[in-house]
Design a protein around this ligand. Structure first.
Ligand SMILES: *[C@@H]1O[C@H](CO)[C@@H](O)[C@H](O)[C@H]1NC(C)=O
Length: 360
């Protein structure tokens, strides 16, 4: 009698045990399939249409119900992972998704007037003295080599080891962008290409969209301070001008070691765009031709305001850690500053800045 009772209890326990195990396995399998299946269900799941939901069959309802459950468990898994990430900030998963997110600005900060009278004379004096005074010295200019070959050496990049360009050349990471319109002196680009830089020249007059020539890439593109109107793109099939940020993004480039641009008076608005969109932090050295014989495209106001705007843009460059190291002015150019002779200033200056905080 006693033996029989014991056998009965043991049998019961065994059955309960088997049942529990089965339940556990079921739960585990359910959770596993839910976790794996969920992303597919999320991406493939058709959008819910308000008109359709009323007619769904029982089978579909069941399927939807299950997919909702899967989604919930998927979201829970994500939350759990997120919580884990928060707890352990050192793990590699936690790099911020957009480390270079930039805050967009709407206007540049205008500098105070040079003098109380707000005269062109005061503004011109401050501006001209600023663009003719180097802020850092550079002992080894790339242009020296070009100058020996008979060209003027107006364009110069700095190879001093205290700046990164020379190291980037040695580690084969150097990248050059060159923007110009029409006939251009490409001696600097040639020197840098020979040194091993990846050189991209942008020329909107090319017949082909892209081609490789003399160790350089040529692209049928130009830089602008705004992306073109989408209606124009649709009509012309392709857009020949883009913002620098868009070009960098399209090419998958994060940095440019040397950015050279002769934009024939569009440089002011382009520079403003680079400042406002924070693109300058992707640039190692900036080589610009400034045109002073008129205000430039889409720069308005009276003469003193124009010069104050120019000066303010250059001060924004300085605030972005750019320092002037090379100045060139062709003596053959006319002496025109906003259509006048002001302090015998030239109508064009070729300037080079280095980003002293650049660590690519
Ligand atoms: C103005 O500059 C040019 C070119 O540098 C020079 O030849 C000329 O003598 C200058 N004129 C005056 C009045 O300083």
């Amino acid at each position: 009698m006693h033996m029989g009772k014991e056998r009965l209890t043991r049998g019961l326990l065994l059955r309960v045990g088997v049942l529990l195990t089965a339940v556990c396995v079921c739960v585990h399998v359910y959770l596993e399939t839910a976790r794996r299946g969920a992303p597919a269900a999320l991406t493939l799941g058709r959008p819910t249409q308000p008109g359709r939901t009323k007619q769904v069959s029982a089978a579909e309802a069941g399927e939807q119900d299950r997919s909702v459950k899967r989604r919930i468990s998927y979201v829970r898994t994500l939350k759990k992972e997120a919580r884990k990430r928060d707890e352990d900030p050192s793990s590699p998963c936690c790099l911020p998704r957009r480390p270079h997110r930039k805050t967009l600005r709407w206007h540049i900060d205008l500098e105070p007037w040079a003098g109380e009278s707000r005269s062109l004379e005061d503004e011109a004096e401050r501006f001209l003295s600023y663009i003719t005074t180097p802020q850092v010295s550079c002992a080894s200019l790339v242009s020296r080599e070009a100058a020996q070959q008979g060209t003027k050496g107006a364009w110069a990049a700095c190879l001093d080891p205290k700046y990164s360009l020379t190291h980037r050349i040695h580690s084969k990471h150097c990248r050059v962008y060159s923007f110009g319109l029409g006939v251009d002196d490409r001696s600097l680009e040639n020197s840098l290409a020979r040194a091993g830089c990846e050189v991209h020249c942008f020329d909107p007059s090319l017949k082909q969209p892209h081609l490789q020539q003399d160790d350089m890439w040529l692209h049928r593109l130009s830089v602008d301070w705004r992306d073109p109107n989408p209606a124009i793109i649709a009509q012309r099939q392709y857009a020949s001008t883009k913002k620098l940020a868009t070009i960098l993004n399209d090419f998958g480039h994060r940095q440019v070691d040397v950015l050279k641009a002769d934009m024939e008076s569009a440089e002011w608005k382009i520079l403003e765009n680079l400042v406002l969109e924070g693109v300058l932090e992707s640039v190692g050295q900036l080589l610009l031709e400034l045109h002073l014989h008129w205000a430039g495209f889409e720069v308005g106001g009276d003469d003193p305001s124009v010069v104050r705007f120019w000066f303010s843009l250059l001060k924004e460059l300085e605030r972005a850690n750019f320092r002037l190291f090379h100045i060139h002015s062709d003596p053959a150019k006319p002496r025109l500053f906003l259509h006048k002779n002001v302090r015998n200033a030239s109508s064009a200056y070729t300037l080079s800045w280095v980003n002293t905080e650049w660590r690519p």
